[in-house]
Design a protein around this ligand. Sequence first.
Ligand SMILES: [Zn+2]
Ligand SMILES: [Zn+2]
Length: 383
Amino acid sequence: MTEDFYDILGVSRDADEEEIQKAYREAVREYHPDVSDDPDAEEKFKKAKKAKEVLTDEEQRQMYDQMGHEQFIEAEKRGATENGGRGPGGPGGDPFGGGGGGFGGMGDIFDQFFGGGGRSRNRPQKGQDLKTQLTIDMETAYHGTEKEINITRPEECSDCNGRGHPPGTDSQTCPECNGRGQTTRVQETAFGRMQQRATCRRCAGEGTIYEESCPTCRGDGVVREDATLVVEIPAGIQSGQTLRMRGEGAPGEQGARNGDLLVEINVEDHPEFERDGSDLQKHEPISFPQAVFGDEIEIETFDGPVEFEVPAGTQSGERFRLKGKGMPRPQRRGQGDLYVQVEVVTPESLNEEQREALEAFAEAGGEDIDVDQGFFDKLRNSF
Ligand SMILES: [Zn+2]
Ligand SMILES: [Zn+2]
């Protein structure tokens, strides 16, 4: 027994459009190849799509009911169900006609059916998302801030409210496609009749043509505008993260919602602080006596100086953790840590008193140092 379109969608013969759309959405959820493990998912999905297309088109459905499934499919292959208009099939290929196809139109399908209610076809499309980049320094990333950005983006033409024609312009049904928005061309080829469907060029798929187009946007309904926006940058943001500004992208078609503006943040390197996620590291020079005796020193952070106790007997290169003095953690509480790597600085020159003291120090420790002659030359020159 051959399944007919009603069986495929699991609806009754008198199901209305809403029920059919609902059944189709369920089928999409179940059989969409991106979500289904069923090896036949793609085929089932295509069938459901086809069934929905025919049953939600009044003319096609009437024809289908009159002809019955098999005859309809046959007739369709011959192109007889087409009236020069928008027929079954469309993007994604004809699952019953066989061959070709592929899954090109999938993104559109999701947008159309999960984006909200309304009729599936000719539904105004949501505006495009736009992208831009913003570079900030690490201190700004530490504190978070509001920053102004200037962008040029498409905006709805205010002269025609995005319609593309001045208000009150006379209009008529597009004679090219009889208001369907699509044209079909039937070609005789060696393999039989081939159909090509395309968006109507005359009316750009709208089905209506207007006597006059808007001079400001030349009929596009959209103009380029400069805009200044304020981006809120959360404290602790990391390089490569993207902030989404809802509705600040390209305008949607005829009242559909605008796209978003995606702002990719680039955080510059800092000369003193190295960053690893929410932790920071910096090098801190100390003197030999500080390393030996220990000392209380101040460490500069993005929040001002903090006191740090260098322990007696610190080795050069030793690392200390200052808890909670790193970068803020976005979305989570608290802050990362600041690692202080201590570097003991060796003096490159000494005064007489220092030299004597250091020699005495070496002697007291039983060290016999063969002092580099160059060092004394440098010393003498400095007097
Ligand atoms: Zn047209
Ligand atoms: Zn305009």
